[in-house]
Write a protein that binds this ligand. Structure first.
Ligand SMILES: Nc1ncnc2c1ncn2[C@@H]1O[C@H](COP(=O)(O)OP(=O)(O)O)[C@@H](O)[C@H]1O
Ligand SMILES: [Mg+2]
Length: 389
């Protein structure tokens, strides 16, 4: 979550709590104004950040404030006193539980291209100990940090690992966990670990707890400091528990971050393995183009080796997007062509032309790599000092 979105979120949350306070005091006019302001801020937040994971929660809250406003406007104050108020705290814990995703993306090891170091480290510290704990008398690392630019496979690596060991996969986003709308962050941290641990202790299946944007637990400079320090400290305590308490516990914490430099040493130390998921090299780019063009119709002259040569600097997800955009372009041309007629039953559906090298080049000219060379250097430099394979 960005700083700007956090500010919007904080102001929405402030209006909401003021509204609820006035509402309980019987100052219904003030309450209506503040509910309305909260509604507006939430609306703005969702407009600016349509992909925010918390939007589902915002929608519910906004509906509940709107209802309350309606009720306050329609009913006399005497009746209101006995009515149930919009409550800011009632289902906070439920909201948080809903943020923990347990669905495992169906991706396997082979579909994660490149990243051989990362795969080896994950095999060594998760896959082998899970299969043969007897071979690890000194124990094994439970904390693994994946760092690197966005779109290079941190999430898919974690998911593929969970599939490989047929484990439970808990996926949470630390930025959302810090939201003012989900109650106290440090309680959420301990709840999260408790849930994961309770699964791992049943010993049926190993557990992978994947915490995305794990740097958010350390907070950002401009927001309230106290809550974040508590969340961070709670996280350190929980990590120590996982690392030391039960030798046989099959629970792993994989943290992912695009901003490894904002992690401090006590935090880093809890992740015994710190592994880079970096931009794809030329060999991986060939495989990525091959992988993502499987379902597309492509001219014979298009060679993934050529595409790989001209796509230095693009991330894996950039390459997926390029393939998608090339297909979109062809489909667009099909729909806009004069010959396009609605298909008649029984006839073959009209098809877009095969994608050519020119199509791919055009797309790449229009979209630059999402990671800058400065960033790449910054990851490399950080890794030189802090990586641990
Ligand atoms: N190494 C990779 N191999 C294949 N696809 C990848 C790889 N890295 C990223 N992708 C594609 O990009 C998308 C985003 O990747 P993700 O794992 O979420 O990146 P990150 O977590 O590093 O930001 C994935 O869903 C996948 O389609
Ligand atoms: Mg990710």
């Amino acid at each position: 979550m960005s700083l700007a979105s956090q500010e919007l979120e904080n102001s929405a949350s402030k209006y909401a709590s003021e509204a609820i306070k006035s509402d309980s005091n019987g100052s219904y006019g003030v309450a209506i104004t503040n509910y309305q302001k909260a509604v507006d801020s939430l609306m703005k937040l969702m407009k600016c950040y349509p992909n925010n994971k918390l939007n589902r929660i915002y929608i519910e809250r906004r509906a509940s404030y709107k209802n309350r406003i309606k009720l306050l406007q329609m009913t006399s104050s005497v009746e209101l006193n006995s009515e149930k108020k919009a409550d800011n705290t009632a289902d906070l814990s439920n909201d948080f539980n809903n943020l923990i995703m347990t669905e495992k993306p169906q991706i396997n090891w082979e579909e994660v291209i490149g990243l051989d170091d990362a795969k080896n480290a994950l095999r060594e510290s998760i896959v082998y100990p899970t299969k043969r704990p007897d071979l690890f008398p000194l124990g094994w690392p439970r904390g693994i940090l994946l760092y690197g630019p966005p779109g290079c496979g941190k999430t898919v690596l974690a998911a593929a690992t969970a599939n490989e060991i047929d484990g439970y996969f808990f996926n949470v986003d630390a930025a959302s966990m810090m939201s003012k709308w989900l109650g106290e962050a440090e309680k959420n941290v301990s709840k999260l670990f408790n849930i994961a641990r309770s699964y791992a202790e049943k010993q049926i299946k190993p557990v992978i707890l994947f915490i995305d944007e794990v740097d958010s637990l350390l907070g950002t400079r401009n927001s309230e400091v106290g809550g974040e320090i508590r969340a961070r400290n709670q996280f350190l305590i929980e990590m120590d528990g996982v690392n030391t308490k039960h030798k046989e516990l099959k629970m792993y914490v994989i943290g992912a971050t695009n901003k490894p430099w904002s992690l401090d040493w006590p935090f880093l130390r809890r992740f015994q393995k710190r592994i880079s998921a970096s931009l794809p090299d030329i060999k991986s780019r060939v495989s990525l183009f091959d992988l993502y063009s499987i379902p597309l119709k492509i001219d014979d002259k298009v060679k993934s080796t050529e595409l790989a040569k001209i796509s230095n600097g693009y991330s894996a997800s950039d390459i997926r997007d390029i393939c998608q955009a090339a297909q979109l372009k062809a489909v667009n041309e099909l729909f806009n062509s004069n010959e396009y007629t609605e298909p008649i039953d029984g006839e073959d559906l009209p098809q877009p032309k095969n994608l050519t090298m020119i199509d791919f080049k055009e797309i790449m000219n229009r979209r630059k790599p999402s990671v800058s060379t400065e960033m790449v250097k910054a990851y490399y430099k950080w890794g030189e000092e802090f990586k641990a394979l």
